[in-house]
Design a protein around this ligand. Structure first.
Ligand code: GLU
Length: 465
């Protein structure tokens, strides 16, 4: 049997991390089993669905590299098919026209609440024999007795009594299909074998299984993923900061880091923390999905991000870093290559955004000296050493890290000033601050003439102090 899974987002917002994790698990399950993974846009709610949101979902999926097989499916392009299935169910007496007015349904509901019954449709039109010339909805004839049982891939055996379930509306008065119905028709037509989705859908599943049976079809296997909580134990939401996948890109995360983070969110493989995409595919196993909610841990995501910045090929990381410079409006064309920058900074920062922000001085001379650094490290005692250092730098014919290091050492030796005194002053002179990669490397990357100019400017500044 070919395993077929899908991710079926409703395009009513961005692709959030919960959705991305559902997509990832469905993707991994299919890939692991050499099956197929599909993407279906559930846009039947035309008031809440937007094109921007469809685009945001596609961008998020592409950025994460969650490639889907065959064409994207849009529910809004399948209305004829839904109508056809509604008709089929009516003809087979598995559905019926319900003419109940809103007033009647409101009264019924009020009465049920008053008498402490669970509000549900009472089947008033279920046994009507003649058709009326009046507006109607189409309701599914849910079985009146027995129960729906399934062996959930995550939660194990789940059972719902049919008496708890309503005769679901499958088509509204205007003929448009409703949510639970379209999902079933699609999962049926797309030959889904396994459905992984958020556990907010658990209550829909028994209704959907009954619909499958009414279509004389075998329902897929279902697995309901526990929700994701924020660091504070509350359901993950905007309050916790970034929740959309593309916000993570904007904040300087690599897709590899977010994917690796998401795969461990409620799933484990021994105590392994780092997973390449290939390892994820090979080790993924539904049996190890956790039943209880997973808590989001930003620190761990940052740790993974740094791990990937350090270990993925620098030219690949540099490609993602370029985006950050663009965001910050920094022209990185004059100065060290982004590859060299990644190599110099990956150890020192947690995100690519931080890397770009802390690297502006490599590309622009327009920085100001940090006041506290000036107070601490700039003073007239160091002028002779600075002067000597500049002379020696200017004389270098080969501008490389080792040569610069040698110049630093001889300056220290010849002036008798400690490196601890002159080093920070040089750093402030060339970067504005005392936080930068190693001094020789920083000078090397800034370049000879630029470094010399900055040191001269600092010397003039100290003279004027
Ligand atoms: N469209 C639903 C959602 O975005 C998912 C439905 C499903 O996976 O069955 O929550």
């Amino acid at each position: 049997m070919t395993i077929i899974t899908r991710f079926a987002p409703s395009p009513t917002g961005y692709l959030h991390v919960g959705g991305a994790r559902t997509a990832l698990f469905s993707y991994l399950f299919a890939r692991k089993n050499k099956g197929q993974f599909h993407l279906r846009i559930e846009d039947t709610d035309q008031e809440r669905s937007t094109d921007e949101s469809v685009q945001a979902i596609l961008d998020g999926m592409q950025w994460l590299g969650l490639n889907w097989d065959s064409d994207l499916v849009f529910q809004t392009q399948r209305f004829d098919r839904y109508k056809q299935v509604v008709q089929q169910l009516l003809e087979n007496s598995k559905a019926y026209r319900c003419y109940c007015s809103k007033e009647r349904l409101d009264e019924l509901r009020a009465h049920q609440i008053e008498t402490k019954q669970k509000p549900r449709y009472d089947g008033h039109c279920r046994h009507l024999t003649e058709q009326k010339n009046a507006p109607f909805v189409v309701r599914f004839k849910n079985p009146e007795s027995g129960s729906v049982v399934w062996n959930d891939m995550v939660h194990g055996k789940l059972e719902f009594q049919n008496t708890e379930l309503d005769d679901l509306i499958i088509a509204r008065t205007d003929g448009t299909p409703t949510y639970n119905f379209t999902v079933v028709v699609d999962d049926f037509d797309m030959h889904m074998t396994h459905v992984l989705r958020g556990d907010d859908h658990i209550n829909n599943t028994p209704r959907q299984i009954n619909l499958f049976h009414a279509l004389d079809a075998k329902p897929p296997e279902y697995g309901h993923l526990p929700m994701i909580l924020g660091d504070d134990g509350q359901r993950l939401s905007k309050r916790h900061g970034a929740v959309s996948v593309m916000q993570y890109r904007d904040a300087g995360f690599l897709p590899e880091a977010l994917l690796n983070y998401l795969v461990r969110l409620g799933w484990s493989h021994g105590d392994q923390e780092i997973f390449s995409r290939e390892e994820m595919v090979n080790s993924f196993d539904v049996a190890h999905i956790n039943k209880s909610p997973a808590a989001f841990n930003t620190e761990k995501l940052l740790w993974l991000n740094q791990h990937y910045m350090k270990t993925l090929p620098a030219d690949y990381v540099a490609g993602h870093l370029a985006f950050q410079f663009k965001q910050l409006n920094i022209d990185a064309s004059q100065g060290p290559t982004l590859i060299a920058l990644v190599q110099a900074q990956a150890e020192r920062v947690k995100t690519l955004q931080e890397m770009a922000e802390k690297s502006h001085y490599f590309y622009s001379d327009a920085f100001v000296y940090d006041e506290a650094c000036v107070a601490k490290h700039f003073n007239k005692d160091i002028i002779p050493a600075l002067k000597l250092f500049i002379q020696k730098l200017e004389a270098l014919t080969d501008w490389n890290k080792e040569a610069i290091h040698g110049v630093l050492e001889t300056t220290v030796n010849e002036t008798g000033l400690k490196l601890g005194k002159i080093g920070p002053a040089i750093r402030v002179a060339i970067t504005g601050n005392t936080t930068s990669p190693a001094l020789d490397l920083t000078l090397c990357l800034i370049g000879q003439s630029r470094s010399v100019q900055r040191l001269q400017k600092a010397m003039a500044f100290i003279h004027g102090m």
